[in-house]
Ligand binder design. Structure first.
Ligand code: GDP
Length: 304
């Protein structure tokens, strides 16, 4: 299905390299581990997380006496599964399994071009089809295209949208969207925000102003600050995660465009490095190509 297809490039590249690394090898030796390290790093697992995985495999090879290189697949799968479990302890089946908040307010952050608008549209569709009442807020008021695109999604998905047009105050859009969510008995309000990274202080001020204003309506909003990252940008995604986690309290990740890249390892590295659960992954441009992240399904699909 779409997860398998979406991860195909990562899987193919990873296992063809891994296959070559162990070919003709009778045991997991330092050379195999060095190769594995390279493969993980080129899959954008990130240096820190790669070293952690290698260390754990080294320990198990010596402790459990893994001798054949063909067993490396199994070891690797187990260690990646464990690692993902540490940061994604509860896979989120539904957005409100662990909250009674109504409406549940999601503030979506991320730089331009990562797939923020598309992700919001796909989310709105997912929630709407599951029978939830959704309100969108177009608070990325710096780009006309962002407002227009979100409007298109709202129309397509058939959910209401609050928009004051371009160059209006984003905080005021957020306020009105949350207010409309409350007044209309909505289950979820999703607020788009501007993805400019001019200066860290700007970003921080803007996001905290949006938060402050929506808290006038719902004191503990936003319940979720979802950072959208483009999975095909590798190290840039790590840098953006760093910037945004410094600017605001990101508590969920959406990693997009995994279908177009062999660097899907970014999912493993980012969640490990930032200790933030990956909640959604984007595996294509179609409305159904946003999936609730399920770590077991993810690993199974990589190691199928
Ligand atoms: P924004 O600037 O962050 O709001 O980005 P957009 O939502 O406009 O997305 C930028 C481009 O990425 C669009 O062409 C989307 O169709 C595309 N896109 C978004 N998510 C995915 C994904 O998971 N897979 C693929 N292949 N394309 C995606």
């Amino acid at each position: 299905e779409s997860l398998d297809k979406g991860l195909e490039k990562t899987k193919d590249s990873f296992f063809s390299k891994l296959g070559k690394a162990v070919m003709g090898k009778s045991k997991v030796d330092d050379e195999v581990l060095d190769e594995l390290e390279d493969i993980l790093i080129t899959s954008d697992v990130g240096v820190e997380t790669t070293l952690k995985i290698i260390k754990r495999i080294e320990e198990r090879v010596s402790r459990d006496k893994y001798t054949t290189a063909s067993e490396l697949d199994k070891l690797l799968k187990e260690e990646i599964t464990k690692l993902l479990a540490e940061n994604n302890a509860q896979d989120i089946k539904s957005f409100f399994t662990n909250t009674a908040a109504k409406p549940y307010v999601i503030m979506v952050v991320g730089v331009n071009g990562v797939g923020k608008t598309t992700t919001i549209g796909k989310l709105a569709s997912k929630f709407h089809r599951a029978g939830n009442k959704v309100v969108l807020g177009a608070a990325d008021t710096f780009r006309a295209a962002a407002v227009d695109q979100l409007k298109l999604w709202a129309e397509r998905v058939n959910v209401p949208i609050v928009s004051h047009g371009m160059n209006t105050d984003p905080a005021s859009v957020a306020y009105d969207a949350v207010k409309q969510g409350v007044d209309s008995g909505a289950d979820i309000v999703i607020i788009d925000t501007a993805g400019r990274l001019h200066t860290k202080v700007n970003l921080m001020n803007e996001l905290s102003k949006i938060k402050r204003v929506m808290q006038k309506v719902i004191p503990d909003a936003p319940h979720e600050i979802l950072l959208v990252l483009d999975g095909s940008t590798g190290q840039n995604a790590f840098i953006q995660a760093k910037e945004f986690t410094r600017a605001t309290e990101v508590n969920a990740l959406a990693i997009t465009k995994l279908d177009g890249t062999a660097k899907g390892g970014v999912v493993i590295g980012i969640s490990d490095q930032f200790k933030i659960p990956v909640k959604y992954i984007g595996v294509g441009e179609k409305v159904d190509d946003l999936q609730i992240f399920n770590r077991q399904a993810f690993v199974d699909s990589l190691f199928k």
